[in-house]
Design a protein around this ligand. Structure first.
Ligand SMILES: CCCCCCCC(=O)SCCNC(=O)CCNC(=O)[C@H](O)C(C)(C)COP(=O)(O)OP(=O)(O)OC[C@H]1O[C@@H](n2cnc3c(N)ncnc32)[C@H](O)[C@@H]1OP(=O)(O)O
Length: 213
């Protein structure tokens, strides 16, 4: 293990030492889900201006209420089926992060990381379609899980994306990633997102490098 990697592991360990039992995690996941719904309605609401102002004030009061309990450090991780590490605050998979869709990932015995998910209006790029940066985020993360599942984790050093066709919003998508080659500290991972018709919408080749410093 190297300096930067060891430092990151230490941060993870410190976060994992926090008292986040299953009940607390479930409670915070529920709160995150409600905030996610609220966020979507902020984009979609047809409420008039005065109602919007009242709701904004109420949300401000709720935020203050949580702030009164003080700020801690982000939550740690859960180890799920197949040893998959899921950071609870991740912007991709984190059940406790309202910005995360959040997507669920499983890893099959051959090391393929897979996910099925739907991305709503909060992730829109071109009207009716997923933002390209969001697709990149999903593929980066899924590829990282595949590299870890291969026993060769690392930091994303490169992500080469090809957007084949627009990725539709609000319909079931699937994605998969698999490590295809390891060269010293480098792990190459291929990944793709498929639309509901099974056609590839975006694909990527990522290289993960285990830091030396
Ligand atoms: C389970 C959780 C999943 C989470 C998934 C999400 C992952 C992330 O978001 S990680 C965050 C984004 N990435 C980063 O912040 C990384 C920032 N960069 C770094 O820390 C460093 O540049 C790092 C560690 C990638 C490489 O550093 P360092 O070890 O000094 O690299 P360096 O010595 O230049 O290169 C190592 C090798 O990789 C190769 N390499 C570097 N970049 C690339 C690239 N883009 N493509 C191909 N090869 C590359 C080099 O050519 C070199 O090859 P060789 O050993 O054959 O000469």
């Amino acid at each position: 293990m190297t300096g930067a990697w060891t430092a990151m592991q230490r941060v993870f360990e410190e976060r994992d030492r926090q008292d986040f039992d299953e009940v607390r995690i479930a409670g915070l996941a529920e709160l995150a889900a409600r905030v996610r719904e609220l966020s979507e309605l902020v984009v979609l609401t047809r409420a008039d201006q005065s109602e919007v102002a009242v709701v904004a004030r109420e949300v401000e009061l709720l935020t203050r209420r949580l702030a009164e309990a003080g700020r801690g450090i982000p939550p740690g991780a859960q180890v799920g089926e197949g040893g998959i590490v899921r950071q609870l605050g991740s912007p991709v998979t984190g059940a406790l992060n309202p910005l995360a869709p959040p997507i669920e990932i499983s890893v099959s015995p051959d090391g393929t990381a897979r996910s099925e998910f739907t991305l709503g209006v909060l992730y829109e790029g071109p009207p009716g379609f997923v933002h390209g940066g969001v697709s990149a985020m999903v593929l980066d993360h899924l590829s990282g899980v595949a590299a870890s599942a291969n026993g060769t984790p690392g930091m994303t050093a490169g992500l080469d994306l090809r957007y084949r066709r627009p990725t539709p919003l609000g319909v079931p998508l699937s994605a998969e990633a698999k490590a295809v080659r390891v060269e010293g500290r480098k792990t190459f991972v291929e990944s793709r997102i498929l639309g509901p018709d099974g056609r590839v919408t975006a694909e990527a080749t990522a290289v993960f490098v285990m830091p030396t410093r």
